[in-house]
Design a protein around this ligand. Structure first.
Ligand code: AP5
Length: 216
């Protein structure tokens, strides 16, 4: 089972991936996480990516396509994968299509999380994650059970993303509208696009996505 999870920044892609990985044993391939790891490592790619990410712009297609292709080839994706944050442009969608055909793989479902833009700034300004295991939290919508302690690993250090500032979020939303939303018809025509209301509770969104995976 191979999935794509699409939606604007803050739609809940990462939140849902965390649950889907646990339930279905899929591997989450998040291009955002891969880029943040490059930034943290101080690599040349990371240095270039940081400037673009902090401005709310997309990283060039060729770098992203090479990065994702090598990840799909890893043995850990044997049970299937969820692409989170990829593809994001028409060029990436076309490259993915060719890449998967060459590997005799296919995408079973493309889940689009639909959310109103007004809610996104508040979702992202309250977001934080565990510095150790990366579990995601929110100041209002998903607090840790014990204040200051990660539910999953017990760590006490948390991080906030530098691109979650309101002005950067607005640029990211523009990039989504102009460069990513146009790929939706491509998947709709292939009959694999499923639109899910990302405004409902995390639990309701999860149950709807789970139902799509189990019953199509
Ligand atoms: P990336 O890391 O992919 O960020 P994004 O797509 O902007 O998405 P986010 O991670 O911000 O949001 P999400 O949908 O995962 O929401 P979450 O679940 O955390 O990309 C970052 C940057 O990297 C890009 O801007 C670009 O520069 C670059 N990049 C990445 N991929 C690229 C590519 N393919 N090509 C080129 N450049 C690329 O939820 C958000 C918050 O809301 C959380 O706090 C959560 O608790 C809360 N929440 C979630 N669901 C709900 C709900 N149902 N109700 C209430 N609260 C909720």
């Amino acid at each position: 089972m191979n999935l794509i999870i699409l939606g604007p920044p803050g739609a809940g892609k990462g939140t849902q991936c965390e649950r889907l990985v646990e339930t279905f044993g899929l591997v989450q391939l998040s291009t955002g996480d891969m880029l943040r790891a490059e930034v943290a490592s101080g690599s040349e790619l990371g240095k270039k990516a940081k400037i673009l990410i902090d401005a709310g712009n997309l990283v060039p297609d060729d770098l992203i396509i090479a990065m994702i292709s090598s990840q799909i080839d890893r043995p850990s994706t044997e049970n299937g994968f969820i692409l989170d944050g990829f593809p994001r442009t028409t060029a990436q969608a076309n490259a993915l299509h060719e890449m998967l055909s060459e590997k005799s793989l296919k995408i079973d479902h493309v889940i689009q999380l639909a959310v109103d833009e007004e809610i996104i700034v508040s979702r992202l300004s309250g977001r934080f994650s565990c510095a150790k295991c990366h579990a995601g939290y929110h100041d209002i919508f998903k607090k840790p059970n014990k204040d200051g302690i990660c539910d999953k690993c017990g760590a006490q250090e948390f991080l906030r993303r530098s691109d979650d500032k309101p002005e950067t979020v607005r640029s990211r939303l523009r990039a989504y509208r102009e460069q990513t939303a146009p790929i939706l018809p491509f998947y709709d025509e292939k009959g694999v696009l499923k639109v899910v209301d990302g405004m409902s509770s995390m639990e309701d969104v999860y149950n709807t996505v789970r139902e799509i995976i189990l019953n199509g």
